[in-house]
Write a protein of this length. Structure first.
Length: 141
């Protein structure tokens, strides 16, 4: 390789590297960013099967949105009292794993008038049908 080409490559690398911002993206800093942003936005809930789950309460509805990565894209949800009494149960179909499929579940606000209502997302195990990946979200008026 000739000398002018080597000098050009070194200078180009130097310019490229100096233009990069030195931003620390360690897991500790990332979690701080999530905590700081959640102060101004609705709380986000997640586990290994559900992420970016938000409950937005309007005047007449509760809208649960998020992403799911579950077997064959099928998961269940339930609305529960504080004592785990089932008020509503249903299922939802989205894109199957390994893709994160988006979902939106709309509930009538009348169903959440009890201050101790919990919305639960979960999947059933493809092996034995047991409840797995449970994510519980408190709903407050």
């Amino acid at each position: 390789m000739n000398k002018p080409l080597k000098i050009f490559i070194v200078m180009a690398l130097g310019i490229a590297l100096s233009s990069c911002k030195n931003k620390d993206v360690t897991p500790e800093n990332k979690s701080k960013e999530v905590i700081e942003s959640s102060k101004t936005e609705s709380a986000k809930y997640e586990n290994e099967a559900f992420k970016d789950v938000i409950a937005n309460v309007t005047d007449d509805e509760v809208i649960i949105t998020g992403k799911a990565r579950v077997f064959e894209g099928v998961f269940q949800y339930a609305l529960l009292t504080q004592d785990d009494e089932v008020m509503l149960t249903d299922h939802y179909q989205t894109e199957g794993a390994p893709t994160w499929g988006e979902f939106e579940i709309v509930l009538e606000k009348d169903m959440t008038t009890n201050s101790d209502v919990v919305f639960e997302l979960f999947a059933n195990s493809p092996n034995d049908g047991s409840k797995i990946h449970s994510l519980r979200i408190p709903l407050k008026n």
